[in-house]
Design a protein around this ligand. Structure first.
Ligand SMILES: *Cc1c(COP(=O)(O)O)cnc(C)c1O
Length: 496
């Protein structure tokens, strides 16, 4: 069955998967959603005998129906290769009574690699299919991890260039170093004086700017997005939920049809939305537990049905979740509004205007799969220390938010459903905060000394992504005011 994509904000024309990947965002500012979420065609039992790449094909072919088998398999083979430091690609580790789904074994050691190692290939195939001759300019806002993963994915990919905006004072030191040392003649990295929401709004404004698009086209350029609003990010993320479930099935840890809970440390709502899509594809899922840090706009939303971004933006030790406008939530809103684009558009207009919207009781009733939770800074640090003490397992700050939220949920509800926690970053990426959580004596120590110490206490190998930073040269030092993001892009591309 052909799946076509339409905007969450209007019932206009539909596009193919490859066109949706190329455009990133719909013309009306909405997000592309599939006409319906397809079901898996192979049984879970059969998928449990497949490896990661085969599972990826089974899942992705259902969504990307205008890709040929050969095209899609080529993309998959190029993405999930030796860039990952384990053949399992996404290993499931049982510790302390739960399963941690480690999504950080790719080139930049955060879960963004799961989708961003394949997106450049999906995009170049999509460009060919649609006879695009313009150079594709990937414009990306990052809260720290997307930026590096996208830079690594697109570096020196023919026919593309990539510009990344990050909040200058809102990412970890290792995250910043990873980005500003990026090689590749087509890569550009810019720090902005604002926060992540400012970066994301600035990027969205450029996508919606028709005049700019015209000037770009005249010079042989067009924008696309590597942010999780791109359906080409979302679809590869569905894969590892299917994979996690079927690994448990293969191990005999689950009975036929037994449900699992997924706990996801959440920012832009992309990762957890992929789990929701996996459920809709036919994976038996109990609860989807949405874990937030102190920027707990989503927790409040699940509690009250009111989304309200009018609050202080808090910088935390889990910076990739420091977000007050969770873009992908729009796709859930659309679904729970009965796929009503008008209702969705009105709510998004209210969000853009007053910073707030309220869903109806009926819509709230459609969200029973989701449970919100949040953990503050102290709880998060305590969870890192607790799990390390109990099992020797060292987790990063984002995973720790999810882990803390889960344990509180389990105590409160006595829900003993088997549970998988999405482990979204390597502890090496956030070594400063992780080590300080384990022992106060590490506070204030040099980053690389802490990395060596983390290696010692965890007994894990230092990832190459970190090792190579020790000697890497800084290649990008552009900083701009939030208002000047477009001017910076015009300068980089030589538009005027
Ligand atoms: C991006 C990111 C998140 C948040 O994921 P969303 O899809 O934006 O909700 C959580 N943890 C880490 C380490 C990340 O990089």
């Amino acid at each position: 069955m052909e799946i076509r994509y339409q905007s969450t904000r209007s019932r206009g024309e539909t596009v193919t998967a490859s066109q949706a990947i190329l455009k990133g965002l719909a013309d009306d500012g909405g997000l592309f959603v599939p006409s319906s979420i397809p079901k898996l065609s192979a049984s879970l039992e059969d998928i449990s005998k497949m490896d990661y790449k085969e599972t990826a094909y089974e899942v992705m072919k259902q969504f990307l129906t205008d890709f040929t088998e050969e095209e899609l398999k080529n993309c998959i083979n190029r993405a999930y290769d030796g860039k990952f430091d384990t053949e399992e690609i996404a290993p499931l580790v049982e510790k302390d009574g739960v399963y941690y789904l480690e999504l950080f074994h790719g080139a930049t050691i955060a879960f963004k690699d799961m989708a961003l190692s394949i997106l450049p290939h999906l995009l170049t195939v999509s460009a060919k299919k649609n006879h695009i001759s313009n150079q594709i300019v990937i414009l990306t806002a990052t809260s720290g991890d997307t930026g590096k993963a996208a830079l690594a994915g697109f570096a020196d990919v023919e026919g593309t260039s990539i510009i990344v905006f990050y909040p200058k004072n809102g990412v970890s030191r290792i995250q910043e170093r990873q980005m500003v040392t990026q090689k590749g003649s087509n890569t550009f990295v810019v720090g902005i004086t604002g926060n992540f929401d400012d970066a994301q709004s600035g990027v969205k404004a450029m996508f919606g700017n028709k005049e700019l698009a015209g000037v770009m086209d005249g010079k042989g350029y067009q924008f696309s997005s590597a942010n999780s609003i791109n359906i080409g990010r979302l679809v590869p993320q569905v894969v590892y939920y299917v994979y996690a479930y079927t690994r448990l099935l293969a191990k005999g840890a689950l009975k036929d049809g037994e449900a699992v809970n997924f706990v996801v440390p959440t920012g832009n709502f992309g990762n957890i939305l992929a789990a929701f899509y996996a459920k809709n594809m036919g994976v038996p899922v109990g609860k989807l537990i949405c874990a937030s840090n102190e920027n707990k706009v989503l927790y409040d939303f699940f509690e009250t049905g009111v989304y309200d971004r009018n609050r202080e933006f808090i910088l935390t030790t889990s910076p990739s979740m420091d977000i007050l406008i969770s873009s992908n939530l729009e796709r859930l809103i659309y679904k729970i509004a009965g796929e009503d684009a008008k209702v969705t558009a009105d709510m998004m207009a209210a969000l853009a205007g007053s910073g707030k919207y309220t869903i109806t009781a009926e819509m709230k009733g459609q969200m029973k799969d989701f449970v919100g939770g949040w953990a503050g800074e102290e709880k998060t640090a305590a969870e890192i220390k607790r799990v390390y003490g109990a099992s020797g397992y060292v987790m990063d700050t984002h995973t720790a938010v999810a882990s803390a939220v889960y344990h509180e949920y389990r105590e409160r509800t006595e829900d003993t459903t088997k549970t998988v926690i999405a482990s979204t970053a390597s502890p090496y990426k956030f070594a400063t905060s992780v080590m300080a959580a384990i022992d106060k004596k590490y506070e204030g120590m040099d980053d690389f000394a802490l990395i060596d110490e983390l290696c010692r206490v965890s007994g894990t190998k230092i990832p190459n992504a970190v090792e190579e930073l020790r000697s890497a040269k800084v290649l990008h030092d552009t900083v701009c005011e939030t208002e000047d993001m477009q001017k910076t892009v015009e300068k980089i591309l030589g538009l005027n």
